[in-house]
Design a protein around this ligand. Sequence first.
Ligand SMILES: C[S@@+](CC[C@H](N)C(=O)[O-])C[C@H]1O[C@@H](n2cnc3c(N)ncnc32)[C@H](O)[C@@H]1O
Length: 219
Amino acid sequence: MRLDVFTLIPHAFAWLCEQRPVATVLGGELELRLFSYRDTTPLRAAQIDDQPYGGGAGMLLRVDVVAAALDAVYGGPPDHRVVALTPKGRQLDQALVEELAGEQCLTLLSSRFEGFDERIVTNLASDAVSVGPYVLSGGELPAMVLVDAIARLLPGALGSDASSRHESFSAAFEGGLEHPHFTRPASFRGWAVPEVLLSGDHGRIDEWRREQTRLRSAP
Ligand SMILES: C[S@@+](CC[C@H](N)C(=O)[O-])C[C@H]1O[C@@H](n2cnc3c(N)ncnc32)[C@H](O)[C@@H]1O
């Protein structure tokens, strides 16, 4: 899959690229390209934002700047999905991550300031996605959330470890929350690991985990 991220802060993604699972799939199942709006802006002095018509606080990312960035990379409107990251968008959940991870190519547009000129969302993007009902200062963290969540679903991202696969797929796609996990020590400050997990009886353990998952998922 090819993921293109348009941002004002490409270097913010360096950390993400060094971490699993993104680092694991980079150069293989995942091609991640980072583009700065400033590199292709048609405006002088690397300008990319402007004051809102009608007045109001803050600056907006300009539509001509984003169009120029897309033209420079794709030679015109891309023929794949373009996601504008905005708090007003469709709220991200695992089903949407899975849907987007199924794309061959995907473009993410992030903004800062007071956000996008609305024409970016309505005319240049195919989707508007929010990572949650709160407002962040920029689209870089939302873009990283999406890149990480998508990378986890790509082949080989989590290795062949069955537990990783279980973590990745079952809880999220079954719409529930996972059962609780424990590791050593078996008792700490009097907080004991449930006896069943120490029993070695995998039938009982599976049954207990299913029940815990069911209890956590109950409305
Ligand atoms: C300060 S916010 C803009 C807030 C603006 N008033 C609005 O409602 O779009 C700046 C940028 O951060 C990104 N952003 C902030 N919160 C987000 C969220 N919950 N989901 C996705 N992107 C978000 C978007 O790219 C947004 O344009």
